[in-house]
Ligand binder design. Structure first.
Ligand SMILES: Cc1ncc(COP(=O)(O)O)c(C=O)c1O
Length: 429
């Protein structure tokens, strides 16, 4: 492997020069463990990147993918189709909150976000409410790397050099409050931050806003759990102003919070939901966007007979191989009861995450379900990330926030090992 050239691959969201000076190269993964190029085992503390909820190296998915490639490797889904995408849509529709049973496929979360916005615009166009062109998002959110997601997103480093932004996007404040530091689960304070949406509706005219998009738990920024009552109030304000509520559940979907989706965990349903990542256990890129049937039907009914109703899609929308991977993944989630397992594991997981409270390097700890974060004192993130990896634990970092989201298959023993490595490394940070 010494001949491996690292120059040509311009890596995404990576400190390329730093990485290439001391690469962390992994060659194998099984269960909750990666093996690096030198044979060192590295515990996967974040299910790849919130993708591999059933653990790595699942034979059932590999077999389903291999079979599908040999049966029918590709079909466009433009005016022709094959069963896997329909089977998957039907299956997902059953997992969604009631009424959200029309599913559009994408290749990623970023494309799912674009799709959700276009579905909202198409809906209001169909209803003749063509002034609804604005979108409301939230500070510290992450909605992917496309221009729409970059504009909606609220992480300044992801947007500051990109002048090209979508017009008509307004941001609510984020929900991280000083008094909620070290809150486990839903913080008590902060429901009133949802009133930002009402103020925006009053400032811009509620009738000019198509949708409000939020991550139920803001993930990439370092796990901001919604305060008690916050999502409930957003829902009310959306309803009062005819604004669609979009949940970006790219991280919170597929058992991460101990239920199928965050919508069920918090008991507040959106109108449109974006999913990706763990849909296929990370094996094949795929996203799925669920919309309320009324939204779908309005768009259908507005188009003349025989015409394309929603002029949107991707070459790989509903790709049969991705759909086969997703169906096999959902079988594993069901057969192994992984969403319930996540609910049962959550208290031990959160005990482990909150055991970091009190270490001098740790400024905050947050978490819910099987999703947790520790915020380090400013500037410590990059070095701690490398030190953790060297000690045998992979953690996803955004700035100084380390994010923990192990596979839902992780054992108590592996979780304890994760805690040991974390406390040991953070103690020296
Ligand atoms: C909440 C959220 N939305 C969207 C995305 C973008 O997904 P993708 O990288 O698959 O385009 C991510 C990725 O981490 C995400 O966390």
């Amino acid at each position: 492997m010494t001949e491996l050239s690292l120059d040509e691959h311009w890596m995404p969201f990576t400190a390329n020069r730093d990485f290439k000076a001391a690469p962390r190269l992994l060659t194998q993964a099984s269960g909750v463990t990666y093996t690096d190029i030198d044979g060192q085992q590295v515990l996967d503390g974040c299910a790849g990147m919130f993708c591999c909820n059933a653990g790595h190296g699942r034979r059932e998915i590999a077999d389903a993918v291999a079979k599908q490639i040999l049966d029918l490797d590709y079909i466009s889904n433009y005016q022709i189709a094959s069963p896997p995408a329909f089977l998957l849509a039907e299956r997902l529709a059953r997992m969604m909150p009631a009424g959200m049973d029309r599913i559009f496929f994408t290749n990623s979360g970023s494309e799912g976000v674009d799709t959700a916005l276009k579905a909202a615009l198409a809906y209001y166009d169909a209803k003749g409410e063509t002034r609804r062109r604005r979108f409301v998002a939230r500070e510290r959110s992450f909605h992917g790397g496309n221009i729409a997601g970059t504009t909606l997103g609220g992480l300044v480093n992801n947007r500051r050099v990109f002048g090209a932004e979508m017009p008509g996007v307004v941001h609510m404040r984020h929900t991280l409050l000083e008094e909620n530091r070290f809150a486990r689960g839903r913080p008590q304070a902060g429901a009133e931050l949802a009133e930002d949406l009402q103020r925006i509706a009053e400032t811009y005219g509620g009738e000019t806003i198509a949708a409000c998009i939020v991550e139920p738990v803001a993930g990439s920024t370092g796990v901001l759990v919604p305060p008690e009552g916050y999502l409930e109030r957003l829902r009310e304000i959306c309803d009062a102003n005819g604004i669609l509520l979009i949940y970006d559940e790219v991280i919170t979907g597929f058992g991460r919070l101990g239920t199928a989706f965050g919508a069920q965990a918090f008991g507040v349903a959106p109108d449109i939901m974006v999913t990706a990542k763990a849909l296929t256990n990370g094996t094949v890129p795929m996203g799925a966007v669920a919309v309320r049937r009324g939204i779908h039907d309005a768009v259908m009914d507005a188009a003349p007979d025989g015409r394309i109703e929603f002029s949107h899609g991707y070459t790989y929308s509903g790709h049969p191989v991705a759909a086969a991977a997703a169906l096999a993944t959902l079988d594993i989630y069901d057969n192994e009861g992984l969403f319930e397992r996540a609910a049962n594991l959550s208290p031990s997981f959160l005990d482990m995450v909150f055991s970091l409270e009190g270490l001098p390097a740790v400024a905050d700890v947050r978490g819910i379900g099987m999703l947790g974060a520790f915020e380090l004192q400013p500037g410590k993130g990059p070095e701690v990330m490398k030190a953790l990896f060297a000690a045998g634990l992979h953690v996803k970092f955004t700035g100084d926030a380390g994010i923990l989201a192990p596979a839902l298959t992780m054992t108590i023993e592996d979780m304890a090992r994760m805690g040991d490595i974390l406390r040991d490394v953070l103690d020296k940070a």
